[in-house]
Design a protein around this ligand. Structure first.
Ligand code: HEM
Length: 174
């Protein structure tokens, strides 16, 4: 099955190359249309390349979902406590809430790993493998956008932390 896809992908790539080279014949267009959905497989050299890194996905997915379930449980407890007693006195729950903050980032990063490793080797599923999708953008442009984002997000982090500190100092309205 994979071998057939690879073969048909190669035919599609060749047909597109010919088409671009000026061979706009019906037969060429027909070959391209028939094999287009396997286009990306034409770049695959061996079967291993079509398998994403299983171990990373296995653990990253479990960490993300495990933490997601933990958050749901904790929020259920918070909701319960909110209706039952004064939450500003539920010291243990407050500590747990603060302890959970870094876990949200870990869940987020794990989710990102799931998405990025899980899609390997594709940039566009079945169409474009990552190694064929390398752009010819020069490194200066990449560096520029990187530093712009770094500057912007650092500024936003500082603003956010200062707003949070102000609110914490003010304390809850009782
Ligand atoms: C509660 C159970 C959860 C389930 C079932 C779940 C499911 C998924 C799935 C299936 C993906 C992959 C999507 C894709 O690329 O096709 C994903 C991605 C992601 N998840 Fe989760 N998730 C859960 C909890 C969380 C939590 C708690 C966070 C963060 C606090 C999180 C953050 C992310 C992020 C950032 C991505 C990557 C999105 C992207 O870059 O496309 N997930 N999640």
């Amino acid at each position: 099955m994979l071998k057939e896809k690879m073969e048909r992908g190669k035919q599609a790539i060749a047909a597109l190359k010919d088409y671009r080279g000026g061979q706009k014949t019906e037969a060429n267009i027909k070959t391209l249309k028939e094999n287009m959905k396997y286009f990306g497989y034409g770049y695959i050299k061996n079967a291993d390349e079509t398998v994403p890194p299983i171990g990373i996905n296995f653990w990253a997915f479990r960490i993300m979902v495990g933490l997601g379930v933990l958050f749901i449980l904790v929020f259920a407890v918070i909701l319960f406590v909110l209706y039952r007693k004064d939450i500003t006195r539920a010291r243990l729950l407050q500590l747990a809430g603060v302890a959970l903050i870094p876990l949200a980032y870990i869940a987020s990063e794990s989710g990102w790993l799931v998405a990025e490793f899980g899609r390997q080797p594709w940039t566009i599923q079945d169409m474009l493998p990552t190694w064929a999708a390398v752009s010819d953008l020069n490194s200066g442009s990449v560096a520029l956008t990187f530093f712009l984002f770094l500057f912007l997000f650092t500024a936003m982090l500082l603003v956010e932390v200062s707003i949070m500190c102000k609110q914490i100092k003010k304390g809850p309205e009782l």
